[in-house]
Write a protein that binds this ligand. Structure first.
Ligand SMILES: [Zn+2]
Ligand SMILES: [Zn+2]
Length: 324
């Protein structure tokens, strides 16, 4: 099956070539039967691992040469490695395959059958068709805005903060911490971003790379470094200093600020930006120890327990308000 024909521009042609190459390699190994699905999975997993390698290559020397803080004893790194594995090798390729190969085909078929034109930035503003780089960046900014609101709402509702607090429980914030997230929250995040991506007509071959772009900037924003992006840089991108304020002990839960993932514009536009804060210590005082230093499974279970606890508390408060 030719993906380029359904996905359109040159980016999809490059992906097609890469997948054909992987398929030919699989064929020589006697794996022809499931080669297309397997080749897609290998391709996206490879892209995820490549992005992780770029993060490691940029952030490790920065954290080593210009650290913001140091710890006498490091928390176990096994959970960090598990999060990276789960996200890059399992979750991201699964989402990319689902969105790229299955969902977009279903949507294309539905739109064609009902003679509906797919809404997109280029159908809305035809002049943008000749500026693919600008369209790519605009799609990136819209997805980033969607992620800002998802993040902000996760601090608004108790049950949601219960699972989101797995991310906030980290008291040794490093670039690895970006991946630290509850599997339920990852599911909400990806479903939300896929829905927004489909609604604004992001080409299916672009979507996985926009997600990787968000993740790369977010990894850097979690770095344990005193390096600054400067006044202008901080007002465009989410810098380590800006995001560390979001992870401050005093900012856990509803009192938080700086919700952005890649661009700090949304915090500035919607009034939640806090610059010039000098937070060093991070964490969430309400998180149980298993959520801070436990294994991946222990952190996930603790997040689930806290979600149930906070949901029950909210229900009791609501019932008491109605009764009074
Ligand atoms: Zn948060
Ligand atoms: Zn974070």
């Amino acid at each position: 099956m030719c993906l380029a024909s359904q996905a359109g521009p040159s980016g999809a042609v490059i992906i097609d070539s890469a997948i054909n190459f992987i398929q030919s390699l699989l064929a020589t190994s006697g794996l022809e039967q499931q080669s297309h699905t397997f080749a897609l999975w290998l391709f996206f997993a490879g892209c995820g691992v490549l992005e992780l390698c770029i993060s490691i290559l940029i952030c490790t020397p920065i954290e080593h040469l210009w650290p913001l803080t140091s710890w006498s004893e490091r928390n176990p790194v096994a959970a960090d490695v598990t999060y990276a594995f789960v996200v890059r090798i399992v979750l991201f390729p699964l989402v990319a395959y689902f969105e790229f190969s299955w969902l977009s085909q279903q949507l294309d078929g539905f739109l064609f059958a009902h003679a509906i034109t797919q809404p997109s930035l280029t159908t809305l503003i035809p002049g943008l068709a000749s500026l693919p780089a600008l369209v790519f960046f605009a799609n990136f900014a819209i997805l980033d805005c969607a992620d800002y609101w998802k993040h902000r709402l996760s601090h608004r509702y108790g049950w949601w903060y219960g699972i989101h607090s797995v991310h906030h429980a980290e008291d040794q914030l490093t670039f690895w911490s970006d991946e630290r997230s509850h599997i339920l929250e990852d599911t909400i995040t990806y479903l939300w971003l896929i829905a927004v991506g489909l609604a604004i007509g992001i080409p299916s071959f672009q979507f996985p790379f926009l997600i990787l772009g968000l993740r790369l900037i977010a990894s850097m924003a979690h770095s344990n470094t005193r390096i600054s992006y400067g006044w202008l840089g901080d007002h465009i991108f989410i810098s380590p200093r800006f995001h560390r304020t979001h992870h401050a002990l005093k900012a856990a839960g509803r009192r938080s600020c700086n919700f952005g993932t890649a661009l700090s514009w949304w915090d500035q536009i919607f009034g939640t930006a806090k610059f010039n804060d000098s937070t060093i210590e991070t964490g969430d005082a309400g998180a149980e120890p298993a959520m801070v230093t436990g294994s991946w499974a222990a952190q996930q279970a603790a997040g689930f327990r806290r979600m149930v606890r906070l949901a029950r508390r909210a229900k009791k408060t609501h019932t008491a308000k109605v009764a009074s």
